[in-house]
Design a protein. Structure first.
Length: 683
C-alpha cells in the first residue's frame, strides 16, 4: 500500500494529467465540431450496437493481415480488460486489501494471461513496424505528397505509443512478480506468468522487494498519467474515436450525399466542395483522428498500386498532422492557414482516384478517404473551374445531349437496329413489368451495343414484358458526380427522376440495367432527389430468370474468369449472382487472386474513362488484366460496359489469337440460347 505522501503525490499527478490531457481531448472535440453539419444521429441505439459489435469482434480488423490482426487483438482485448486492471491496481495502492483468492482468482488469471499476450502482441507489432518489411508497408512512393512532419512523426509516434505499452504493461507484470516473490504474498497459481517472473527477484531481500513493488506500481500507473496528455496527439486516440467513427458510418459507406436538396438551395450556397479543413463535414474530420495509420487503404488502392501519386492513407494522415500542428488555433475557431492542395494532396493525386471504394471497404476504423477526394474535386470543378481538359467534352455532351459521347438523342435506339423482334418504348408498352435502362455506353458504344442486344434477346426469350425509355433516357450523371461536377449531376438526376416518376406513376416497374454505374446511381443516389425505385443489375435478373426456369441453358465447356465491377461488387454487394449464371451454364469458374469485395479496379471509374490516366508505372487496366490472364481461363466475363472496354484495350495489345475473349455475362447466356434458336444478338 502507498504511503500518505505517495497518495498525495498521486492525486496531484492525476489532477495535472486530467487537466492537460482533458484539455487536449477537448480541443480535438472542438476541432471536429468545426466541420460542417451532416446528419449521422439517426437510429442511435442501432448505430451504437453495431459499432460495439464490430469493435469487440474486430471483424473490420481481420479483413486483412490475419497474423498482424491477431497481434493487434492481443493488445486490444488486453487493454479493454486493463481498464479494470488499472482501477483495481490503484485501489490496491490506496487501500489495505489483497486482490487474491475467491472471486479474484478468475480475475487474476485473465489479467495475468492478457498481460503476457499484450507484451507478445506489442513486441510483434513493433518488430514488424521497424523491420524491412514493415518500413516498406509504412512508407510511400516518391511521388506521393506528404505533410512535412509525417516522415519523422509516424515512426516517432509509433515508438512512443509502443514504448508506453511495453513500459506500462511490463511494469505491471514486474509489480505482480515482486509481490509473488514477497513471502507476505507468495506465488499465486492464478498468476502463472507473474509467478514465473518472480524468479527474477529471488536474490532480493524483503525490504528491497517492498521498494521495488512500490517502484513498479508507480512505473505502471504513473506512465498512464504521463501518457494521457500526449494521448490526443497520438494515433492511440483511435482506441476511443474508431468506435465512434464506426457508429456514425453511413448506411452505405462511400455513398455520396448531395450538396443541396434542390437548385433553389444550391443557389444560396456561397461555396461548393472543400478547399480547407474547416470546409469538410464533421465526419471527415473524425476520419483524420480515427486513422490508425495502418496503410491498408494504400495497399488496395489501384492508383497507388500502379505507381500513381495518390495514397488514400497519406491523404488522411496529412490532414491529421496538419490538424495537430494548428490544433489550438483551429479549435478556437481560426481559419486554417493553407488549402488542402498545399499539404494533403496535389492535383495529380486528386485526379488519379477511380472511386472504386476499396479504401472505404478495407478500412478497419470506418474511414472514407474516397469522399475526401471527391469533396476536393467538387471545389476544384465548381469553384475554380479546374479539371483535366479531356473531361470538358464529356461535361458538354452530358449537358447538351444527355450523354458523355455528345451524340444526339435520336441515336439512343441505334443498338436495337436489326433485332428480329421489336424493342418497344414505355409509351408503346406502358404496362411493361421491366424497364430496361440501357445506359449511355450500350446505347452509343459499338462494343457495348452487343451487350444491349444480348440482354434484349434474353428479355425476349424469357417472355418478360419490358420496355425502354428511348429518347427520354439521359445519362444518370455518375461520371459528372465522380468528377466533382455536382451541378451537372443534379441537373441530370432531376430530369431523369421526373421522367421515371412519370413512367412509374400508373404502373411501377423494376428497372434493370447492364451498367453498374447506372445501377448504383439509380438505386442509391436518386433517392435524395425523390426517386425511389426497385433497381436490379442484369446479372441479378438473369439469375432470377434461370432459377424460375424461364431460361434454359444448355451446358458449355471451358473455363471463365469473372471480373467483379467495383460499382457492382464492392459498392453494392452483388457478388454471387454473376457467378451463379456462369455456373448455370456449366462453365468452370477460375477466380483471380483478387475477387469479390477484394476485386481490383479496371481503371475506368471516377470519370477516368473520360480522361487520360495519371502517370504511373503502368495502367490500372494492365495490372488487372494481368491478374485475369494469369488464371488461364479462355474467357474473361464482365458485367460492366466500361470494364469491357478497359479489358479489350489490353487484349488488343496481345498477339492475334492469343488473348482471351472478353464477354459480358449476357453474351455468355445468349450463346446458350443460340444453340436452341439462331439469333444475331450476340454477333
Amino acid at each position: 500500500m502507498l504511503t500518505t505522501p505517495e497518495k498525495i503525490l498521486f492525486l496531484l499527478l492525476v489532477l495535472a494529467s486530467l487537466y492537460f490531457g482533458g484539455g487536449a481531448l477537448y480541443r480535438v472535440y472542438k476541432a471536429i465540431r468545426r466541420g460542417q453539419p451532416e446528419d449521422r444521429f439517426d437510429n442511435l441505439p442501432a448505430r451504437a450496437g453495431r459499432a460495439l459489435w464490430q469493435t469487440l469482434t474486430m471483424q473490420t480488423v481481420f479483413k486483412k493481415r490475419p497474423w498482424v490482426s491477431l497481434l493487434h487483438a492481443f493488445v486490444f482485448y488486453g487493454f479493454v480488460f486493463y481498464l479494470s486492471v488499472n482501477l483495481v491496481d490503484v485501489l490496491d495502492g490506496f487501500f489495505p486489501f489483497k486482490a487474491r483468492g475467491g472471486f479474484w482468482n478468475g480475475y487474476n488469471l485473465v489479467a495475468d494471461i492478457l498481460t503476457a499476450l499484450i507484451l507478445v502482441g506489442i513486441t510483434g507489432l513493433l518488430i514488424r513496424r521497424y523491420s524491412g518489411a514493415g518500413r516498406k508497408t509504412f512508407s510511400w512512393n516518391e511521388k506521393t505528397p506528404l505533410h512535412e512532419r509525417v516522415r519523422e512523426g509516424i515512426p516517432t509516434d509509433s515508438a512512443i505509443v509502443g514504448g508506453f505499452i511495453l513500459f506500462h504493461v511490463g511494469s505491471r507484470l514486474l509489480h505482480k512478480a515482486a509481490q509473488a516473490a514477497n513471502l507476505e504474498y507468495g506465488p499465486d497459481p492464478f498468476q502463472p506468468v507473474a509467478s514465473l517472473a518472480s524468479n527474477l527477484f529471488l536474490w532480493v531481500d524483503v525490504d528491497r522487494l517492498i521498494v521495488l513493488e512500490h517502484l513498479f506500481w508507480w512505473f505502471a500507473i504513473g506512465s498512464i498519467l504521463l501518457f494521457i496528455p500526449y494521448f490526443a496527439r497520438s494515433k492511440h486516440i483511435h482506441l476511443f474515436l474508431a468506435p465512434l467513427n464506426l457508429a456514425f458510418k453511413k448506411e452505405k459507406p462511400g455513398a455520396l450525399l448531395p450538396i443541396a436538396k434542390d437548385f433553389e438551395e444550391l443557389e444560396k450556397l456561397e461555396k461548393f466542395g472543400v478547399a480547407k479543413l474547416e470546409d469538410f463535414t464533421w465526419p471527415r474530420l473524425l476520419d483524420a483522428y480515427s486513422c490508425i495509420m495502418c496503410n491498408r487503404c494504400q495497399e488496395v488502392c489501384p492508383a497507388y498500386t500502379t505507381g500513381k501519386a495518390l495514397s488514400p492513407s497519406a491523404l488522411i494522415i496529412n490532414e491529421r498532422y496538419e490538424l495537430n500542428q494548428i490544433l489550438p488555433a483551429f479549435a478556437a475557431g481560426q481559419e486554417s492557414p493553407r488549402p488542402l492542395l498545399e499539404f494533403a494532396l496535389n492535383e495529380e493525386a486528386l485526379w488519379a482516384c477511380t472511386t472504386c471504394n476499396a479504401c472505404v471497404e478495407v478500412c478497419p476504423v470506418g474511414n472514407e478517404p474516397m469522399l475526401h477526394i471527391l469533396d476536393v474535386r467538387r471545389e476544384q470543378v465548381m469553384m475554380q473551374g479546374a479539371f483535366p481538359t479531356q473531361l470538358n467534352n464529356a461535361f458538354k455532351g452530358m449537358e447538351r445531349n444527355g450523354n458523355p459521347w455528345n451524340l444526339g438523342a435520336d441515336k439512343r435506339l441505334a443498338w436495337a437496329e436489326g433485332l428480329p423482334f421489336p424493342v418497344k418504348t414505355v409509351s408503346e408498352n406502358p404496362e411493361a413489368e421491366v424497364l430496361y435502362w440501357v445506359g449511355c455506353a450500350p446505347a452509343y458504344d459499338p462494343r457495348a451495343q452487343k451487350t444491349a442486344r444480348a440482354f434484349a434477346e434474353i428479355l425476349h426469350e424469357s417472355g418478360t414484358s419490358w420496355a425502354v425509355l428511348g429518347k427520354q433516357e439521359k445519362c444518370t450523371g455518375d461520371a459528372a458526380r465522380r468528377a466533382g461536377n455536382e451541378f451537372l449531376f443534379m441537373q441530370l438526376a432531376t430530369e431523369n427522376v421526373e421522367t421515371l416518376n412519370a413512367v412509374m406513376a400508373d404502373k411501377p416497374k423494376t428497372i434493370v440495367t447492364t451498367c453498374p454505374h447506372c445501377f448504383h446511381t439509380l438505386a442509391n443516389e436518386y433517392k435524395d432527389f425523390g426517386g425511389r425505385y426497385t433497381v436490379k443489375h442484369h446479372t441479378e435478373f438473369i439469375a432470377e430468370l434461370i432459377d424460375a426456369k424461364r431460361l434454359e441453358l444448355l451446358p458449355m465447356s471451358g473455363a471463365v474468369t469473372y471480373h467483379d465491377p467495383c460499382y457492382l461488387g464492392r459498392h453494392n454487394g452483388v457478388l454471387q449472382e454473376p457467378r451463379q449464371v456462369i455456373q448455370a451454364a456449366g462453365l468452370a469458374l477460375k477466380e483471380p487472386p483478387r475477387h469479390g469485395t477484394n476485386s481490383f479496379c479496371c481503371g475506368a471509374g471516377g470519370a477516368q474513362f473520360w480522361k487520360e490516366e495519371e502517370p504511373g508505372q503502368e495502367r490500372v487496366s494492365t495490372h488487372r488484366y494481368r491478374e485475369l490472364r494469369g488464371t488461364g481461363a479462355e474467357t474473361i466475363a464482365v458485367g460492366c460496359p466500361f470494364c469491357m472496354q478497359m479489358m479489350n484495350l489490353e487484349t488488343a495489345q496481345e498477339p492475334e489469337g492469343q488473348a482471351p475473349r472478353v464477354l459480358d455475362i449476357s453474351e455468355l447466356v445468349v450463346q446458350q440460347l443460340k444453340s436452341k434458336q439462331a439469333s444475331p444478338a450476340g454477333e
